[in-house]
Design a protein around this ligand. Structure first.
Ligand code: PCA
Length: 195
């Protein structure tokens, strides 16, 4: 069995739900040969990544897949790259709004995700859910998390990836249904390792 640590975020920015956690928590506990360990994480600069790193120290996962909300997007978007930049348009859940700072001072400008982004994107599309590969995870907590994990797990066997999901219908438009998100994440997880 492969071990996957999969995370979704707490609500932020005045929302009362975050579709990323709503979808992650509905995933089955196993998909094929993969055991899923689900974790809800805070929408906080610093703590989001630290929470995942602490959980990974306990679990020793083969892969870490984080999921976040991207309001305004109309498709599920696996992220190709994390960049070494924090720049917040809105405050995180502790009121922090960093401007134009490095996540890891002196660190590389960017890391590519180490999950098979292209294969995951194709798998989600094949499952009938709109999906396109994204080349920017933004500069808020999600990008910080992706970059920090890619930095921490560089040169290890632990794969790291990130998927943004749109709003749920009750949050606004564009949106996807919750069961479409669950179907998309299941397909993406199934594509992490070659069958
Ligand atoms: N989305 C935010 C952070 C938490 C979330 O679900 C982002 O895209 O950075």
């Amino acid at each position: 069995m492969k071990r996957l640590l999969i995370t979704g975020f707490e609500p932020f920015g005045g929302e009362s739900i975050n579709p990323s956690w709503e979808a992650v928590r509905l995933l089955p506990d196993t998909i094929g040969e993969i055991t899923l360990h689900k974790l809800q994480i805070p929408t906080l600069f610093g703590s989001a990544a630290q929470t995942v790193i602490d959980a990974a120290r306990e679990l020793g996962p083969d892969a870490i897949l984080c999921v976040g909300q991207a309001g305004g997007r109309s498709a599920v978007t696996p992220e190709y790259v994390g960049i070494n930049l924090r720049h917040a348009r809105i405050a995180d859940n502790a009121g922090r709004q960093p401007q134009d700072e490095a996540i890891v001072p002196g660190g590389p400008a960017a890391y590519f995700a180490t999950v098979p982004v292209r294969r995951m994107t194709d798998a989600v599309e094949a499952a009938g859910v709109p999906c396109t590969c994204s080349y920017s995870a933004g500069t808020f907590v999600c990008n910080e998390l992706l970059y920090s994990l890619l930095h921490r797990f560089r040169d290890t066997d632990t794969m790291v990836g990130f998927i943004h999901v749109p709003y749920l219908p009750r949050q606004g438009s564009p949106s996807l249904l919750l069961d479409e998100m669950v179907r998309a994440l299941s397909a993406a997880v199934s594509a992490l390792w070659e069958a």
